[in-house]
Design a protein around this ligand. Sequence first.
Ligand code: FAD
Length: 558
Amino acid sequence: MKAKLKKLVIVGGGINGWFTAGYMKNKHPWLDITLIESDNIPTIGVGESVVPQVNDLLSTMGLEERDWMSYTNSVYKLGNKFVGWSTPGKRHHVTDHWNAPKEDVQYYSFSFALPEKHLTRSFYGQLTTDDYFTNSKGEAGVNDKWNDYWLQLVRDGRKNINELSEDMHEQHYLMKGNKAPFDMDDNCLVGDWSAYTYHLDANRFPEIIRDKVAIPKGVNHSIGDVKDIIKDEDGYITKLIMEDGIEHEGDLFIDCSGFHKVLVDGMNNEWHDYDFIHTQDAIVGPLKYKDIYNEFKPYTQTYAQDEGWNFVISLYNRMGSGYIFDKTEISVEDAKAKFMKYWEGYEFIKPPKHISWKAGRMVTPWNKNVLSIGMSHSFIEPMEGNALYITQWGIQILDRLVKRAWDEDIAISPGSVHAYNKSMNKLEDHTANFIAYHYTLSNREDTNFWKKQKEYGKKHNHAKACWEEYRNPDNHIGNSLYPDYMWMNVATAMGCFDDSVELNTKKELLDKADIMFEYCKKLSKAQGDLAPHAYDWHRKFLFDGKSHEEVLEESLKK
Ligand SMILES: Cc1cc2nc3c(=O)[nH]c(=O)nc-3n(C[C@H](O)[C@H](O)[C@H](O)COP(=O)(O)OP(=O)(O)OC[C@H]3O[C@@H](n4cnc5c(N)ncnc54)[C@H](O)[C@@H]3O)c2cc1C
């Protein structure tokens, strides 16, 4: 950066643009921020499953969880359900996935929530979370992993490899029964920290940050299309000229224009391709519920297909769905026909649309005085709802660098820009690997799509790499978006159990661990039986008793 930062110009009024504007203005009220958005170019309107950390960012902006949830027609998400990822089979209609046999189904959740609460309440008082959960520094999932105990019990034939979720995720039975994570007196039923996350309406989400945070705190909002970009002799942007002739000068320009890449395209940025990600197209469309008690699911549905996968996301008033596919294996027309057939008998609220992208990232997301945040910087594919978190990570680093430069009254240094780029690239590459392993560790070989994934995984020894991530001491909660147990989840779900992985367990604690898993399972099951249906709970506590039809009708009028 050449100049000290005073004026920040953001292009793009999607989730990422308003997220950046709201957060930065809230943290640095002295910053002069202008957000530009086109009224001709719509936001992408997808991105509805997010990770738990999103609420941290919203609460620092003063947005209360339940307020933003009811505004965005959100529901609590307890995890992910995967069907057909390691077992072949033709599943042409959504009901084939909903009614799949147990052996085709895996649930994943946030397992770290489990022991803390149950152990302290259990009568096995001599067990503490330190035995299973933390190292001497209190870092979760480093040396004494309680997952190691479970894996050892599997090795010893005392636990079933296919019952990881039952044994370790207290959300399992809530998910299975479409139950809420609170009871009807509003007591939380699951762990003490981030035991759930959210599904939210991608169209309403930017609006709440705009209307409740960014604009009230003084972000300038300019509507129109960027027509010209003016640079100085060193290639730094000095101003943007709008179609109506209005000019916006700035010190730092943030590109949040999504796949339009309005600013970054002209910055000669090098591109890093994720060519091992084959799913770079989607057909997406929102749908009405037909049978709310069966279709309202408090988890993200991730359903394998012959050439990719389907997602289904329950919001309070509708479902979001998409078919993520490999265009080299099925044409866009055929994929669309397949998606329509998948939802035969259901009513789309808007006609399904096709979205295409190139999986990869900029090598220098921050280049000179132009920073790309969100999909203008990178996109892998929607698996595991990772994109918004990557944005969040970027905004939080930016916040720290801005604060330091302000405190020291200096321009943001090239060293800081370099550190930003390094950190973003590391997170993105880690995420890309995590996503890739969902495909490459699969046992499926029934279509060309799955065959080529498996070959790639074998060639690059993904099985070994995945288990190394499980053992990697950096992958602990608080330090990594994908803590240790998530790599174990993927590997075991895909049937990729490695008998040679080093496990650190104390022999004398194995019996106690076995009892603990059994105890947790029974407690979770009982809790799952007693908890209210997720729809009933959301209706009462978040939507003032209004039905999903009423809320849909209201949202269609807006
Ligand atoms: C199929 C699919 C599923 C996804 N699922 C998830 C998920 O489950 N979880 C998750 O976290 N993420 C998901 N994502 C990613 C998520 O959709 C995006 O991160 C999110 O929607 C934000 O996009 P954005 O703000 O970067 O861009 P957009 O929403 O595309 O907004 C772009 C903005 O730029 C403006 N603009 C464009 N050109 C100009 C111009 N010339 N002048 C002025 N303004 C301009 C537009 O008006 C608009 O306001 C998914 C993405 C896809 C493709």
